[in-house]
Design a protein around this ligand. Sequence first.
Ligand SMILES: Cc1cc2nc3c(=O)[nH]c(=O)nc-3n(C[C@H](O)[C@H](O)[C@H](O)COP(=O)(O)O)c2cc1C
Length: 175
Amino acid sequence: MDIYEIISARHSIRKYKSIPIEEEKLNRVLEAARIAPSAGNRQPWHFIVIKDEEVKKQLKEAQVYISPKGGDWFYSAPVIICACGESSKSWIRKDGKDYRDVDLAIAFDHLILAATAEGLGTCWIGAFDPIPAKKVLGIPEGIEPIVFTPLGYSDDSPQDRGRKSKSEIIHQNRW
Ligand SMILES: Cc1cc2nc3c(=O)[nH]c(=O)nc-3n(C[C@H](O)[C@H](O)[C@H](O)COP(=O)(O)O)c2cc1C
């Protein structure tokens, strides 16, 4: 798949097969995040790779993923990745704008698209409770969990979820 095919092939996957992910694939996916660009090359990120069923169980018991239906599919993926930001490392623009979350999103999108290229499913998860997440995962002070994704082979048939048209979002020369 070329880059455009990979971008088009990515969909949020909310059902996973229970088969494990090959280590080489996981390593390539993590490498894609590692080499992402960041403001001032500060790399204000850490990635927690969760495979241990006991840790997943604790995340589930603590209801880390906020979902009216419980979100069993999230905990059932063979791997869950949590991207964390380190504000003391991020580049801050003169007017005070912190680029930490921009950097995190770039690295995580590298990871998500690399996973797609490897034939793996993902789903960005922002609806989580950071307090139990930090507790269960032992995340230290000064580090904040920003986003999760389950990672595994899809058992889902996602539809195209639609997007705004170009004419609604692209502005030529001025707004
Ligand atoms: C930053 C971010 C946070 C998201 N959080 C959640 C979430 O907590 N739970 C969920 O099921 N989907 C979540 N999504 C997935 C979106 O719902 C999904 O990307 C959107 O509906 C478009 O569908 P698609 O990813 O299949 O193209 C999130 C997506 C992004 C980019």
